[in-house]
Design a protein around this ligand. Structure first.
Ligand code: MOS
Length: 764
């Protein structure tokens, strides 16, 4: 696997550049503020989410979760539950259908998307506090929940490893981090640090965080017979769930259908397959009728993992003029033996600064807990908190402006890969941001600005998230009535995927936007990558581009058979899509509409399915989204309360396809960053391994009053190497956000807080 990758990277590095996407600067629809195509459906209640499909004979399920972290189910008494009104079955490890344990991402198959590789309700073993041990199915939800409360479980407890602090001394490097080495060393960072003029060397701590999408995870599963499974599920990974379910139930992939038309937010918590989906399908198989399993808010905390706890060290050595001579960023995160996921907290340090000597390294400890998982910029969000706090500390120590120190250390080639950047304009983002925010009005000295008992301060931090593009397919049908339909399995969880791809397809087809529709959210449609890793827009764009190219080539063939057609004899390279058809590039008056071509060929439509070209641009170049987060806080000197009073995010994320949806993504990320910095924290009882605050009453997320007006600006410079010139925008908003807040709090109060969340008691 590694060897193949290296060979491919070498080939890619020397391969000639592919021509830039012809739509790089097209702007009929791309770049326009277009309202979400599914907006009306959503606000009028017409959009159906996974729990809202009504199937005949639908049974409602409720789960029972373990109350110990490790051990065995000694006995389980379901008689009370079975006798309760409306109950049709109780499923436990004693009677659940036999199922294969799923494989993790890239373990066995790159197609698998399970968050954990534990067998699901197949034996008496307990691996975390909250693991489902029984599923009760009844006629109504209330009956199922009541009966679930009557299930009596006795456990044999083993000693569980649930304390990160107790285990961290034994942390070991993971085999890899998302395919990259866990450790990377350039030069001799330790020696350079020891010899540096100025040194900043600190440890930063962040707590575990949990997923709280507005829509809790929900599934409806139904079997046609024992060999055809249909699942309505709130997943981010339509095609990946189909593969994982096929693997678990021993079915061919085409016997499983996963439907996820609308998803109420995911953020990574619905990317990996969790036990609830599988248990719903298993219960439906056992009952031979459709079953709905919708997790409660508390159960999302129990059954679905979140972001790891982390401890990171950042050590910076610099010259008096601010040039970094040494950058060391190391981190310990927690995972489980059944997830083996190390959040990539050192990734930003691999790409952001031109330090002469660089060392990054990560280690993990294994806890007996629910599997940790992706959560919006999984490693980059906590990684930038540590790194960007440390850069601010260095700037303060050197008495250099925090923006200036970043400019001084801006690299010209990627610091860890040596490759060119595909498109990087971080300095411009800072410059434009500084003007808009009024950075020059800031006082470098802490505690210099106040408004009665409110101390005021401003901070900046760099945002960073890599560009990913994954393989996928798309199908396009161009009809004689002048309409087009694009089909992809991918889903829409609120970020604007459907709108952006309709804009894209209309532009590439030269059709009015209201003549183009997109069908999505169904694994029976052509395979797409997950809605994750901020990859969806460019990934789908590449597959739609390929499908449209194929359809255009077919249309040209048809036109070529008609000697009278103005397109006869034209090659694909000689035509462009324009005004509802194809025209010659050198003479827009010589062409034919799709309708004319199809009618003269006697066809209703032309249809083409194609795979995206391989993402060679990402092997050749270092590609990322960048940004500058500007934040102003007011800290109440008497109460210690921190309020965010102003925010500006200035981003460099390639071409912006739709300002409305892009700005919303970036704002959403920043709001999640505010939660991470000031409110959110999973409280983990280290005696029992149980989450103590599994509700939105106790796990605080930002509410409207916590969030100021967030201004967003962006460079909008197309990346010549990516489809549409675009980069991802889903995750970058959260990166740098917590550091910008901590840096602003320091500027306001003179207090440097190196842990999250920043609390009232830290500032009193
Ligand atoms: Mo994102 S954390 O890849 O959904």
């Amino acid at each position: 696997m590694k060897i193949v990758q290296t060979v491919m990277e070498t080939v890619a590095r020397f391969a000639p550049d592919r021509e830039a996407d012809p739509l790089l600067h097209a702007g009929s629809y791309i770049g326009q503020r277009i309202s979400r195509v599914d907006g009306n459906l959503k606000v009028s209640g017409g959009a159906r989410f996974s729990a809202e499909f009504d199937l005949e004979r639908l049974a409602h399920a409720a789960i029972v979760c373990s109350t110990i972290a490790k051990g065995k189910v000694a006995s389980i008494d379901v008689s009370g539950a079975l006798a309760a009104p409306g109950v049709s079955a109780v499923m436990t490890h004693l009677n659940a259908p036999r199922m294969k344990a799923p494989s993790l991402v890239d373990e066995g198959s790159p197609k698998s998307f399970a968050a954990s590789n534990l067998p699901i309700m197949q034996d008496d073993r307990i691996s975390w506090n909250g693991q489902p041990v029984a599923v009760v199915a009844a006629a109504t939800l209330e009956q199922a929940e009541h009966a679930a409360s009557l299930v009596r479980v006795l456990y044999e407890q083993d000693t569980a490893q649930v304390s990160f602090d107790e285990l961290k001394a034994e942390a070991i490097p993971p085999s890899d981090i998302m395919g990259e080495p866990a450790e990377l060393s350039i030069g001799d960072a330790d020696t350079a640090l020891a010899n540096a003029d100025v040194v900043v060397d600190h440890v930063y701590r962040t707590p575990p965080y949990n997923h709280n999408a507005i829509e809790p995870h929900a599934t409806i599963a139904s079997w046609d017979d024992d060999h055809h499974l249909t699942v309505f599920d709130s997943t981010q990974t339509v095609s990946g769930y189909r593969y994982a379910l096929a693997e678990i139930f021993g079915l061919a992939e085409d016997r499983v259908r996963v439907v996820a038309l609308f998803v109420g937010g995911g953020f990574g918590g619905k990317a990996g397959l969790w036990q609830n989906t599988v248990l719903c399908a298993a219960a439906a198989k056992m009952l031979k009728r459709p079953v709905k399993l919708a997790l409660s808010r508390e159960q999302v905390f129990r059954v679905v993992g979140g972001r790891t706890i982390a401890e990171q060290r950042v050590a910076l050595g610099s010259r008096r003029n601010g040039e970094l001579t040494a950058l060391l960023h190391t981190g310990i995160t927690a995972t489980t033996t059944h997830a083996r996921y190390a959040e990539q907290c050192t990734f930003p340090a691999r790409h952001l600064y031109a330090a002469e000597h660089l060392f990054v390294g990560q280690k993990v400890v294994n806890l007996d807990s629910v599997a940790n998982t992706w959560m919006r910029a999984p490693g980059e969000s906590i990684g930038t908190f540590a790194l960007e706090s440390a850069i601010d500390e260095l700037a303060h120590q050197l008495q250099i402006d925090p923006i200036e120190i970043r400019r001084i250390n801006e690299p010209t080639t990627d610091p860890s890969q040596g490759s060119k950047f595909s498109s990087r304009h971080l300095n411009e983002a800072y410059e434009r941001g500084a003007v808009r925010f009024g950075w020059s009005g800031r006082h470098a000295e802490p505690r210099a600005q106040r408004d009665r008992h409110w101390l005021i301060g401003q901070g900046v931090a760099t945002a960073y998230y890599p560009v990913y593009r994954f393989p996928g397919k798309a199908r396009v049908r161009i009809s004689a009535d002048g309409t087009a339909l694009v089909q992809v399995a991918a889903n829409e969880m609120g970020m604007g995927t459907a709108t952006a791809q309709i804009q894209h397809a209309a532009e590439r087809l030269g059709l009015p936007i209201d003549r183009v529709s997109l069908q999505y959210g169904d694994s029976d449609l052509p395979d797409s990558p997950m809605a994750g890793g901020s990859c969806q827009t460019v990934s789908i764009a590449a597959s739609v581009q390929a499908a449209i190219e194929k359809a255009h080539r077919r249309l040209l063939e048809l036109a070529g058979k008609d000697g009278g057609s103005p397109l006869a004899g034209a090659t694909y390279e000689q035509v462009v899509a324009h005004a509802g058809g194809l025209v010659r590039g050198d003479n827009p008056n010589r062409g034919a509409t799709y309708t004319a071509i199809l009618k003269s060929a006697g066809q209703d439509c032309v249809e083409a399915e194609a795979s995206a070209r391989s993402p060679r641009e990402l092997m050749k170049y270092s590609a990322g989204s960048y940004g500058a987060q500007f934040c102003e806080v007011r800290v109440n000197e008497e109460s210690g309360e921190t309020r965010i009073s102003r925010w500006l995010g200035s981003f460099d994320c390639g071409r912006v396809i739709n300002p409305t949806t892009v700005i919303s993504q970036l704002r959403g990320g920043i709001i999640m960053g505010i939660g991470m910095a000031l409110m959110e924290e999973t409280l983990f009882d280290e005696r029992k391994g149980r989450i103590m605050n599994p509700s939105l009453a106790e796990y605080h997320v930002p509410v409207h009053l916590d969030v100021p007006q967030i201004d967003i600006i962006y460079n909008d410079i197309p990346d010549e190497h990516t489809p549409l010139g675009a980069h991802g925008v889903g995750e970058i908003g959260i990166t740098g956000a917590a550091a910008a807040i901590a840096n602003a709090v320091f500027n306001a109060t003179g207090k440097r807080v190196r842990h999250l969340p920043i609390r009232i008691e830290d500032l009193l």
